[in-house]
Design a protein around this ligand. Sequence first.
Ligand code: GLN
Length: 188
Amino acid sequence: MRIGVLAVQGAFAEHINKLRQLGIEGFEIRKAEDIKEKFDGLILPGGESTSMRKLLNELGLLEPLKAMIKGGMPVFGTCAGMILLAKEISGGGTPCFGTLDITVKRNAYGRQLGSFRCVEKFADREIEMPFIRAPYAVNADENVTVLAEHDNKIVAVRQGSQLAAAFHPELTEDTAVYEYFLEMIGKV
Ligand code: GLN
């Protein structure tokens, strides 16, 4: 199994390390050529969603990746990656892939609480969740399954072959969220 990790900006190296720990090959997607060879899943890391959208556009990656996601390529977006997938950004802001039926609020926890860790339920497991200038979903359509909440705010969702988390599972020892994604890939 090969998983492509978008590597134009942000915390991509940590995802590749995590995949390696799980015995999975992760490779960096930096340019259009990198997605020519077959792969089984895509990770969109944390970082700065506006820069990533701009770079995706400039590098000619936005449309081909969007087509792949629409075609059912399993995708996992963390933090900024969740914003890239969202169909709507609260308060304006241009959606990127717009394939996931949620509305996200960027930098949703304000300055004071910009970064924090908590323990919450993800699917049926308790896991540690580091948040870094994170978004949350202010709305999820009926076809979206909510997998985690913090403070009554939606912080992880699944819609078909798309998984998104507002937090950073790559910064914890726990592998539950990756296992969930790998299981999704197996089933898709
Ligand atoms: N605040 C960032 C954004 O809006 C996301 C932060 C992150 O990915 N850690 O793109």
